[in-house]
Design a binder for this molecule. Structure first.
Ligand code: DP6
Length: 349
């Protein structure tokens, strides 16, 4: 027999960024962060997990290619899920798995990203969150999403925020074992549903410095990161919670843009400096800043993760359409264009 479970998890975009760990193994951050989870139709991972007595070892395929599961991050997630597994019974199929069987049984994991991996946007966040969520269902793990978020966190920090829709806060926690470093939902996906998120693919090239090594180098070499984590982010977290609760777009936009810019500033303050943004990324920022200033009140927010691609958030569909018109004018697309994403290429205009 084979027992399978399939789940789908969207990626999330941080508007107050996580950058820097206080514990590399457990993946414990040096500050809280807040993100928006995207609609499941865009940038999501679909994962099917299966268990069978015929499987001889744990295996995983990502976008059709087998990938090793030996890494410590995967192993930590699997180990913890197995320890929380429960009895599973499917009478029609004659399947009966007892709690202790999970220690011996092996799983197969098949995962797909619905967005071209080459675009450098298929974030590990959706992938690890989906892996943990689908395995938890398969193993009849009864723990709630916040407990599952602490497991996904050990796969990739930002993954813990993808266990929830809407606005999500990852609380850094104080405990050394990481038990209180979990994600909580601040507001669900319906709370502010007129926001439109446009992802502008500036470059489809894989980033040169991964988030994991980039943030390690920043913590080791930047003086600014301590000021950010201790003085700046705690205040911004309170203000961002307030802005999302009140659907206050001007405050939301100012905070998201400022935090993205400070994150890239600490990257520049790293030795050697890390340059995630490109010329085109800077031009997009200027374009949005000019527009916001011209209107007198912010219409659009921008945020950039560890790469050159822009995530633009507008406060309604009308502004989103105007924004797209501007982008099409200033940055003619090089390939397909639609309302969710388009490739503009890394060209100076
Ligand atoms: C810039 O979660 O990818 O996107 O925990 O080492 O796997 P690891 O890093 P990762 O870092 C994400 C960094 C970020 C900001 C954010 O998502 O908060």
């Amino acid at each position: 027999w084979v027992l399978t479970v399939t789940a789908q998890t969207p990626t999330n975009i941080a508007v107050i960024k996580y950058w820097g760990k206080r514990d590399e193994d457990l993946i414990l951050p040096i500050n809280d962060s807040i993100s928006v989870t995207l609609d499941p139709d865009h940038l999501c991972t679909t994962t099917s997990v299966a268990v069978s007595p015929a499987f001889t070892h744990d295996r995983m395929w990502l976008n059709g290619k087998e990938v090793p599961l030996s890494g410590v991050r995967y192993q930590n997630c699997l180990k913890e899920l197995r320890s929380l597994a429960n009895d599973v019974e499917e009478e029609e199929k004659g399947i009966k798995i007892s709690k202790k069987d999970w220690e011996k049984l092996h799983v197969h994991i098949v995962s797909y990203n619905n967005f071209p991996t080459a675009a450098g946007l298929a974030s590990s966040a959706a992938g690890l969150a989906c892996l943990v969520f689908s395995l938890a269902k398969l193993m009849n793990v009864k723990e709630d999403n916040s407990r599952l978020s602490a497991i996904a966190r050990q796969g990739s920090g930002s993954a813990c925020r993808s266990l929830y829709g809407g606005f999500v806060k990852w609380i850094m926690g104080k405990e050394e074992n990481g038990s209180d470093s979990i994600a909580v939902q601040l507001a669900d996906e319906k709370h502010w549903d007129d926001l439109v998120i446009i992802i502008v693919v500036v470059s489809s090239r894989q980033k040169e410095t991964s988030s994991t090594s980039g943030m390690r180098e920043t913590v080791e070499t930047s003086a600014l990161i301590q000021h950010r984590a201790k003085e700046v982010v705690p205040k911004r977290i309170i203000q961002m919670e307030e802005a999302t609760k009140n659907r206050d777009f001007p405050a939301f936009s100012r905070l998201a843009c400022a935090d993205s810019n400070q994150f890239h500033a600490v990257c520049l303050d790293t030795l050697p400096p890390i340059f995630y943004m490109k010329d085109t990324s800077h031009r997009i920022i200027s374009c949005v800043e000019k527009w916001n200033r011209f209107e007198g009140t912010p219409q659009v927010a921008y945020t950039f993760d560890a790469g050159p691609n822009a995530v633009l958030i507008s406060h309604n569909r009308k502004t989103a359409a105007q924004l797209l018109q501007r982008l099409l004018f200033y940055f003619p697309p090089q390939s397909e264009a639609d309302l969710n994403s388009y490739v503009i290429g890394d060209k100076s205009i």
